[in-house]
Design a protein. Structure first.
Length: 101
């Protein structure tokens, strides 16, 4: 009598673990995978940066890159040529190449 209950409980426990595994894999696909995809996109964008490109910073300012180092860029903002600010590459949200006219 107890053997029947024990085997039924084991199958129930296995299905419960299987459901948890399926939920965790689903959460990974919904949360982690898009984040990694976005990180790869940003990394590819930052690797193609060149002097003269127009950028949008994470704080919402538009500027033009005037110098690039390993970890930082110097961005010139507005028409005033004296407004040059060094910033980390991670502070760049979008990159636009100059149009060939």
């Amino acid at each position: 009598m107890y053997g029947v209950l024990a085997s039924g409980g084991g199958a129930s426990m296995f299905s419960l673990i299987l459901i948890y595994v399926v939920i965790l894999v689903g959460m990974w696909f919904l949360l982690m995978r898009p984040q990694k995809k976005e990180q790869k996109r940003i990394q590819a964008m930052l690797s193609t940066m060149e002097v003269g490109d127009t950028v949008l910073t994470t704080s919402g300012f538009y500027g033009v890159i005037i110098d690039i180092t390993d970890e930082d860029v110097i961005v010139e903002f507005g028409n005033n040529k004296n407004c040059r600010i060094p910033m980390q590459k991670g502070a760049i949200a979008q990159l636009e190449k100059p149009s060939a006219e």
